[in-house]
Ligand binder design. Structure first.
Ligand code: 2BA
Length: 122
């Protein structure tokens, strides 16, 4: 029986319900605290080793519990013209800079499905 590794990066607000639902459906999962490279804010990475035929069911559970969100966030990469000397010196809250905000629309979840060469639970 082929096994797959599902790696799902989800928003923290969706993680509890998602883990509860996966566990209730008898899927073993590991939850890792992670940080998005773009926003540099906390998110949750869930890894599950599952039989190949369970992948679609797991993806459905993820889709059901994870939500796309629109948010105004501090621009992680403000253009040089929007950076004040105070920001460069680290003495200003960049999030409150009028010119430092940007709108993003997150996805529901980012999911990778990988072939698992070997799975052991001893
Ligand atoms: P972050 O990298 O912090 O990205 C958070 C959200 O910011 C993204 O949501 C997207 O809406 C926006 N965003 C990311 N990069 C952007 C860019 N270059 N320009 C404009 N907006 C951008 P999602 O796409 O739903 O991603 C959520 C999290 O999933 C990401 O957090 C990252 O931790 C992970 N992720 C997404 N794609 C990935 C990939 N190809 N490889 C590894 N991790 C990924």
């Amino acid at each position: 029986m082929g096994m797959k590794l599902v790696v799902a990066i989800v928003q923290n607000d969706d993680a509890d319900d998602l883990i509860d639902s996966l566990t209730a459906a008898d899927y073993r999962a590991t939850r890792l605290a992670s940080t998005g490279g773009f926003l540099r804010q906390g998110n949750t990475t869930i890894i599950l080793g599952v039989p190949e035929q369970s992948v679609d069911a797991v993806l459905s559970i993820i889709e059901y519990h994870c939500h796309s969100r629109r948010a105004a966030v501090p621009n992680p990469f403000p253009t040089p013209s929007t950076i004040s000397l105070e920001q460069i010196a680290g003495s200003a809250d960049t999030g409150n800079q009028k010119s430092g905000k940007m709108e993003i629309q997150t996805g529901r979840a980012t999911v990778f499905v990988l072939n698992l060469e070997r799975y052991e639970r001893t």
